[in-house]
Design a protein around this ligand. Structure first.
Ligand code: AMP
Ligand code: GLY
Length: 423
């Protein structure tokens, strides 16, 4: 099998690392990739939403499976593009078709889906610029904090949580009338605030069958103790200690099954990963959001715990025979700590040389925002590298991450020193 992974982050390096171990993988390509994927695969420079460019690469490199890392190409319909081009027929695309990708592409669509299928989630109403005043009135019926969500994709920045009613009204106006998030906020979902601890649940589906992958918890805020600005994710832990078998059973019965069956009932074709953001309210799971891809940095702790051949899994997704395979999970814990550029998630500098990688022996550095230039590995993004470790406990794994991070250096390197603090 020749395989093409689309994307360039730590998630995609982890996919490449896992796929490269498979004897079923012949040639492995990552587009555009990073300095980490360059070591184990061939990078091809293209824009993941340029479907014509993807098509050209797939045909010239005789690709059999395309693994789509980020959401943008899925929401823009890359899977449908393959189905609609005869010469691309028969090539497996891991990721849902456009209609199903709306679960991430539109918050309102996701909410309506959950309501239709009785999937537990926060109460909500949605508004446009034509009924802003009703939005204000709805806010007045709620108690703080107020949750405002831009309906469309806003690069992870479209959710605002506000403690003051006047501020919430002002933000609502800026989103709807002032286009604060551009087209993404022409519609806004206002939600009931849910108080609890969050975890991420990952499901693989071939459209008929499903398999649940290990849970993970990510740390989204830049500052220790979960303070400061939101980021793409500063670290992750798998499994999540508070996800007991009884709680996982509730997730499967109340959320995973109705989600997979709901997709079938609604005729939403889905072959890929479903990432369900869950919040534990009391003893009950509620859905915060759906993503139609794997998480980053959750992938960096989930895939290292999957023992089964990833290519075998992708083939089963494509052949709709996921029920025929058994996915074996490593009992050990895995944790990851993200190294970021100074200043991130606001403005930061790039082009800093990363040194010390050769000294890391018992962790896995998954490269994210880094590229190779003149023989050096230099920073090219905000999230630079995720350092993943195994351990018999998550505490042991985290200790190993920090031990190895102390051997790494780049100018203004930052990271959170408290990953797992709340477990
Ligand atoms: P989302 O982009 O939907 O994942 O939202 C970003 C973050 O906002 C989530 O990870 C939660 O921490 C928080 N959040 C979203 N919706 C709610 C809610 N209804 N209640 C409390 N927190 C929320
Ligand atoms: N870590 C959260 C995400 O990938 O959306």
């Amino acid at each position: 099998m020749n395989i093409l992974i689309l994307g360039s982050g730590g998630r995609e390096h982890t996919f490449a690392w896992k796929i490269a171990k498979s004897s079923r993988c012949n040639k492995l390509y990552v587009a555009p990739g990073n300095s980490g994927t360059a070591e184990i695969a061939e990078n091809i420079n293209l824009k993941v939403t340029d479907f014509e460019a993807v098509r050209a690469v797939v045909l010239s490199h005789q690709i059999d499976i395309v693994v789509v890392g980020p959401e943008d190409p899925l929401v823009q319909g890359i899977h449908d593009y393959f189905l609609n081009h005869e010469e691309l027929n028969g090539i497996a695309v891991i990721g849902p078709q456009k209609a199903a990708a709306e679960l991430e592409g539109s918050k309102e669509f996701a909410k309506e889906f959950m309501m239709r299928h009785n999937i537990p989630t926060a109460a909500y109403k949605s508004f446009t610029r034509y009924n802003v005043v009703e939005g204000y009135k709805f806010l007045e019926t709620l108690s703080p904090p107020y949750v405002l969500k831009a309906d469309g994709l806003a690069a992870g920045k479209g959710v605002l949580i506000l403690h003051d009613l006047d501020e919430a009204k002002l933000e609502l106006k800026q989103m709807l009338v002032g286009a604060k998030f551009g087209d993404a906020s022409t519609k806004v979902v206002i939600e009931e605030f849910l108080d609890g601890i969050e975890l991420s649940c990952f499901v693989l589906t071939d459209g008929n069958n499903y398999k649940i992958l290990p849970t993970a918890k990510d740390y989204k805020r830049i500052g220790e103790g979960d303070t400061g600005l939101n980021t793409g994710g500063m670290g992750a832990v798998s499994p999540v200690p508070f996800a007991t078998p009884a709680f996982l059973n509730k997730i499967e019965e109340r959320i995973v099954k109705p989600t997979v069956f709901g997709l079938q009932k609604d005729n939403l074709p889905y072959q890929g990963f479903i990432f369900i953001g869950i919040i534990k309210v009391g003893d009950d799971p509620k859905v915060i959001e759906y993503n139609v891809r794997m998480g980053d940095p959750e992938t960096e702790v989930v895939l290292p715990r999957v023992k089964t051949d990833m290519v075998e899994i992708f083939e089963a997704i494509s052949n709709k025979s996921l029920d025929k395979i058994n996915i074996e999970i490593d009992d050990r814990a895995a944790t990851t700590v993200m190294l970021v550029s100074g200043g991130y998630p606001e403005a930061y500098e790039r082009g800093k040389e990363i040194t010390g990688l050769e000294n890391i022996k018992d962790s896995i550095p998954f490269h994210a925002g880094s590229v190779k230039s003149n023989g050096e590995i230099i920073t090219s993004g905000g999230r630079v590298m995720a350092i993943t470790s195994y351990g018999n406990t998550y505490q042991e794994a985290i200790k190993r991450c920090y031990k190895n991070i102390s051997k790494l250096k780049f100018e203004k390197m930052c990271y959170r020193k408290d990953i797992g603090f709340d477990l």
